[in-house]
Design a protein around this ligand. Structure first.
Ligand code: 13P
Length: 281
């Protein structure tokens, strides 16, 4: 099956009964686990890597693996750059065949975020790829960046931003944060509803790790179409590897490699089922 763009994947979501998970991967084993889960559940898949994680998994090495894994899958796969912050990295992802890139200009003033996002949109269009952007600010940090506080997205700014940039997906800040929560997040479902009523493009929820099943359902029933999960998959891979070694101290490299695939697969499948992604292809 061929690769698809983020716009195509999210455009295929016809109602508010489900959303599509976007799963961060950092190596071949995690990509294999994600594809195994998607083929079993029969759902379109989004795999992504954040610019902040490239120190561990250089894009010129991991990117071709993600693209090849996506092309080989028996379900539609979008290969996405998460939280792109530099034009160099965004350009490299597009040149490697990513079908979608996120430009995260949330640290800039609104006008500057709009101008920079428009530039990325022009670049992505020349590759036939989609663009996600962020308005307001999701809390925490995706990768080795400094943690930031949540700045809830304003309805007026979201409307202006989406109309002026023409982005294919818009990440909104409604109280979630990247990483494991140290206290229960206060989700602004009221704000999500207001934004979803007036913004035409699909909305994205970042910081999915640690939300409850009810939180996820509340978000997808009220307009979220893409839900990002990173930390929970990394934690699941790490704990499967630790458990493999604890049970069998003689575990070899290949046992550990299998544990990594299994750790990603189990966490991703669990979230796909929560997002009601079964039989969506
Ligand atoms: P978590 O690490 O909290 O799951 O967030 C994932 C994310 O939003 C990636 O951009």
């Amino acid at each position: 099956m061929s690769l698809v763009t983020l716009k195509e994947v999210l455009g295929s979501v016809k109602d508010n009964s489900y959303a599509i998970g976007a799963f961060n991967v950092s190596n071949m084993e995690m990509a294999m686990g994600a594809i195994k889960a998607a083929e079993e559940i029969q759902t379109p898949l989004i795999i992504q890597i954040a610019e902040g994680r490239l120190k561990y998994s250089p894009l010129d090495l991991l990117g071709p693996i993600m693209v090849a894994a996506g092309k080989k899958a028996h379900v539609p796969v979008a290969v996405h750059l998460d939280h792109g912050s530099t034009l160099e990295t965004i350009h490299l992802a597009l040149a490697l065949g990513f079908t979608s890139v996120m430009f995260d200009g949330s640290k800039y003033p609104l006008d500057e975020n709009i101008e920079r996002t428009k530039e990325v949109k022009r670049m992505a269009e020349s590759y036939g790829a989609s663009v996600e952007a962020e308005i307001g600010r999701v809390g925490g940090a995706e990768g080795d960046y400094k943690s930031v506080d949540v700045m809830v997205t304003s309805v007026e700014e979201a409307v202006r931003f989406s109309e002026e940039t023409g982005v294919d997906a818009l990440a909104v800040a409604i109280g979630t944060a990247h990483g494991n929560y140290t206290q229960k997040p206060q989700l602004r479902i009221d704000r999500l509803k207001e934004i979803a009523e007036v913004v035409k493009c699909p909305l994205v929820l970042h910081g999915g790790t640690g939300l409850t099943e009810d939180d996820f359902h509340n978000c997808l029933h009220n307009g979220i179409k893409k839900i990002n999960i990173a930390t929970a998959s990394y934690d699941s891979v790490a704990s499967h590897i630790k458990q493999t070694v604890a049970v069998n101290p003689k575990a070899n490299y290949f046992d550990i490699s299998d544990a990594a695939v299994q750790g990603a697969y189990e966490n991703i499948k669990k979230h796909m089922l929560i997002f009601n992604q079964k039989n969506r292809v």
